[in-house]
Ligand binder design. Sequence first.
Ligand code: ADE
Ligand code: ZN
Length: 319
Amino acid sequence: MNLPKIELHLHLEGAAPPAFIRGLAREKSIDISGIFAEDGSYAYRDFRHFLKVYEAATSVLTGPEEYRRLTLAVLEESAASGVVYSETFLSPDFCGGRDLGAWREHLHAIEEAAAEAERTMGITLRAIVTPIRHFGPDKAKETALCAAETAGRFVTGFGLAGDETVGKPRDFAWSFDMAREAGLRLTCHAGEWGGPDSIRDALRDLRVERIGHGVRAIEDLALVDEMAERGIVLECCPGSNIALGIYPGWRKHPIGELYRREVKVTVSTDDPPFFHTTMAREYDRLAEAFDWDEGVFRTIARTALDAAFCDPDTRARIA
Ligand code: ADE
Ligand code: ZN
């Protein structure tokens, strides 16, 4: 579908084309051949293994210059899919190892690449700093300090990614409080590998305004009604959920029912090459599965723009 698209949920390293990662590995003589299938795509067995493959791919991104090149490659793919505004998760764990000086250098390179992409491709990028849940709350605190120090026009959000089955949202409350005090907007992966209680915990203990995925709310209709009433925005990534085996196919994905029940759903790709998807493909599959017309996609893009972690001038320019 040829509409301007707004993407709220994209992991920068997870968006790295496999050929890009293979090329860097070759340049640096790092052997990560085990993470690729015969056809050259990323190969993983399940979610935990996906996280390992993700971290192995990321191991070749060893400095700001690699992140500059990565940002341009990723934004080129997004722009080709019709994306005009994107928010990406950035983890100091990968970009500089939570050292503030190194983090600033990585961020600077990413921001410069984003400015170049805005000039040449007409796509705007904002960043959500994101600790990795299974790395634990102490590393998350260091990440929150990195986020607070660099909050501003480009770094506008704070989130939590990684293995949702490890720990509880309240373990990260200190980090989210620090990010909120620094003026950052908040989101958290929940209701992907955890059920409705995981979403309730994130809403109550981290006071987030958006939920990454959140689709398993559908297992508790009282929660669905509450989210609709409170205007909680879901960053849905249906292709990701299907590729990782949470739902058996597009028609079985809860986004259709959540939309019908007036929850504020949006559409993103998560880690597109890992899941053989693009924003254009997500739109096409959803149109097919739920018979959604252009009007529905316009509503979804409007919801996403209203929920975007950007300043009003940026929002007005994109609208
Ligand atoms: N990091 C990258 N992709 C992720 C996902 N789908 N869930 C949690 N953490 C992630
Ligand atoms: Zn994600």
